[in-house]
Ligand binder design. Structure first.
Ligand SMILES: O=C(O)C(=O)CO
Length: 249
């Protein structure tokens, strides 16, 4: 019952002749909704605002610059990995009047073109995007692709959102970028390690919103994932091809 299977030893599964299916697709909407939560909370400085109220520091009448946020409307959104989840996020953001969508990955995609998103290099995406959204699977290629070098290329006002896997980020580099205000904020549903220790540095950053890997944790989504997993098992037991196979034996 998972879309990403970076935690599964696929080679060993193949060696042992085990049939293995995952549950992609059915979680796209749930995860995209969670991405919107992070995008809004990080760009509107939710953590700082909440803390300010708790600490009686609500002071907007004193300073018109206080808690100024970054706009989604008119922005450029960069999606790293325009799969089903990336596209579902882009579709939602269209309703926020984003000015331009760009994406990067292995190759230009017809669905990207149909959506009106421009295919660019990773470097170009980092340079021009106001929102950088990671929705790539964790592979050898994407491992820690968001590192100090990448954060240095991003705008100082950029918001980084990770809805894929903690491993695509070099976390100490992200923490440094957030502390030094090299980027504006981050929203993370995934991190390293999971579960995150309660005293972790990420939780102390005013410009970082963290959710506990709840991307697909909605009633509808989990039911759809369970149904797909069960149907895969039934198919496999009958000796038929799984609906969403990863390892076919
Ligand atoms: O199924 C997965 O891969 C997830 O991470 C859901 O959030």
């Amino acid at each position: 019952m998972t879309a990403g299977y970076d935690n599964i030893d696929v080679e060993e599964i193949k060696k042992r002749g085990i049939k293995f299916g995952n549950t992609p697709g059915v979680l796209n909407d749930g995860v995209a909704d969670a991405a919107i939560l992070l995008i809004l909370a990080a760009s509107r400085r939710y953590i700082e605002g909440r803390k300010a109220i708790e600490q009686s520091l609500w002071k907007f009448e004193l300073n018109a610059q206080w808690l100024l946020a970054q706009d989604i409307n008119g922005s450029t959104v960069g999606i790293v990995g325009l799969g089903g989840i990336g596209l579902a996020i882009a579709k939602r953001l269209k309703g926020f009047n984003v000015a331009k969508f760009v994406y990067t990955g292995h190759r230009e995609k017809p669905e990207g073109k149909a959506f009106g998103a421009e295919f660019v290099s990773f470097d170009e995406l980092l340079k021009i995007s106001d929102f950088v959204i990671a929705s790539v699977p964790l592979t050898k290629e994407t491992d820690q692709m968001f590192n100090a070098e990448a954060f240095a290329k991003m705008k100082k006002t950029a918001i980084f959102v990770n809805i894929s896997r903690g491993g695509v980020v070099n976390q100490p580099d992200l923490i440094a970028a957030l502390k030094q205000n090299k980027i504006f904020a981050a929203g993370l549903d995934v991190m390293t390690p999971e579960p995150l220790p309660s005293d972790h540095e990420l939780l102390k950053l005013p410009n970082c919103v963290v959710t506990p890997h709840i991307g697909c944790a909605t009633e509808k989504t989990r039911n759809k994932m369970a149904e797909l997993a069960a149907n895969n098992i039934l198919k496999a037991l009958k000796g038929e091809p799984m609906l969403t196979p990863v390892v076919v034996t």
